[in-house]
Design a binder for this molecule. Structure first.
Ligand SMILES: *Cc1c(COP(=O)(O)O)cnc(C)c1O
Length: 359
């Protein structure tokens, strides 16, 4: 049976990438080794890491004055690592609170700094992005932190905030590489790989080099961006196999025509699902239309007593992991880059059929 995996993360990867990894599993390019067995300092793996970085730079048009780091610790790790690396002699961090992932970042940052919540969408249950005019930024913040795609709430920035000369820091875990971005507008971009990039265990950090001299002395070396940048992310052993798979995903994206081409597909996929959701009262997505995520689409059935039956039927048809996050319930369809439009069409067909049966 054809299976479509709607997991929020770890999530679907391109079939072509998995096949290639399978082909190369026992013997990478005649080396006689699996990538998993290679020294991270050997010429084979160095070539893999260099290609992955170069392709990521091409995909996102990352300027030369930005460091690209392949680290560990995940985005939750970054919630502590970012303050340690960027506070310098400042005391305050500005946050925009758009949901569960923002809240986690805020909570962790409070261990290291004074936190100013410059704007919050809590008043409407985190269903929108507060307009820039409403943000109350502090005068001397070390940086402004945003989560540009709230994976649980399904809220996505469709614009890049202008915060003047203060560095803008973005957790892009769940939509990085889903659309073109202007990297130069950000001080730091970070994200865990397991949503749209590759396997869990790899964390991407893209940081403006001029910000790399602000780390607190307590910053652990493995998470010290400047030290890692000087060591090409090999101050410690990097997550080699995850970097290799991410590199294959980057190649796959380039073959698709790059991020602008994949964005077109993502727009079409999201439109298919949201148009259907908006055409019926049987299902509901609560997010403001202008701020809806193209990657994560949460929805509720009118009658939540039908949730279990909905999920069971979906699974029987090969549509997996549609259950919503435990904190919000309902359903969530994550439709990352590697989800083909056929998967979204199959979901909409099933939703329509289910509505006919129960509506
Ligand atoms: C998944 C996710 C995280 C957490 O990632 P971990 O790898 O578990 O640390 C943080 N932020 C966002 C936006 C996410 O989607």
């Amino acid at each position: 049976m054809q299976v479509f995996n709607f997991s929020a993360g770890p999530a679907v990867l391109p079939k072509e990438v998995l096949k290639r990894a399978a082909d190369e599993m026992l013997d990478w390019h005649g080396s006689g080794m699996s990538v998993m067995e290679m020294s991270h300092r050997g010429k084979e793996f160095i070539s893999i890491a260099h290609k992955a970085e170069a392709d990521l730079r091409t995909l996102l048009a990352i300027p030369a004055d930005y460091a690209v780091l392949f680290l560990q610790g995940g985005a939750i790790g970054e919630n502590a690592i970012v303050p340690m690396n960027l506070l310098g002699d400042r005391k305050t961090i500005d946050f925009v609170n758009t949901g569960e992932w923002s809240k986690k970042s805020i909570k962790e940052a409070k261990k290291y700094a004074q936190v100013n919540v410059a704007a919050s969408a809590e008043d409407r249950n985190f269903t929108y992005v507060p307009a820039r005019e409403t943000w109350k930024l502090s005068k001397d913040a070390a940086y402004v932190h945003v989560c540009t795609n709230e994976t649980i709430g399904g809220v996505e920035y469709q614009w890049t905030p202008d915060v003047g000369n203060v560095p803008l820091v973005a957790d892009m875990s769940s939509h990085i590489l889903s659309r073109p971005i202007d990297v130069s507008r950000y001080g730091v971009i970070y994200g865990g790989a397991q949503k749209n990039v590759g396997p869990a265990g790899l964390t991407l950090v893209i940081a403006r080099r001029s910000l790399l001299d602000r780390a607190l002395p307590i910053t652990p070396s493995a998470f010290h961006w400047k030290e890692q940048a000087e060591n090409e992310s090999m101050l410690n052993t990097p997550p080699t196999y995850a970097i290799y798979i991410a590199g294959l995903v980057f190649e796959w994206l380039l073959a698709q025509g790059g991020v602008a081409a994949i964005e077109k597909k993502n727009i079409a996929k999201a439109k298919l699902l949201y148009d259907y959701l908006d055409s019926t009262e049987f299902y509901r997505n609560p997010v403001a239309k202008s701020d809806r995520s193209r990657m994560n689409v949460p929805f509720k059935l009118r009658d939540e007593k039908l949730d279990a039956e909905f999920l069971k039927g979906a699974e029987a048809r090969g549509m997996l992991q549609l259950k919503g996050h435990r904190s919000v319930g309902g359903m969530r369809a994550s439709i990352y880059n590697a989800m083909p439009i056929e998967g979204v069409q199959a979901l909409v067909n099933y939703m329509r059929e289910f509505e006919k049966r129960h509506g």
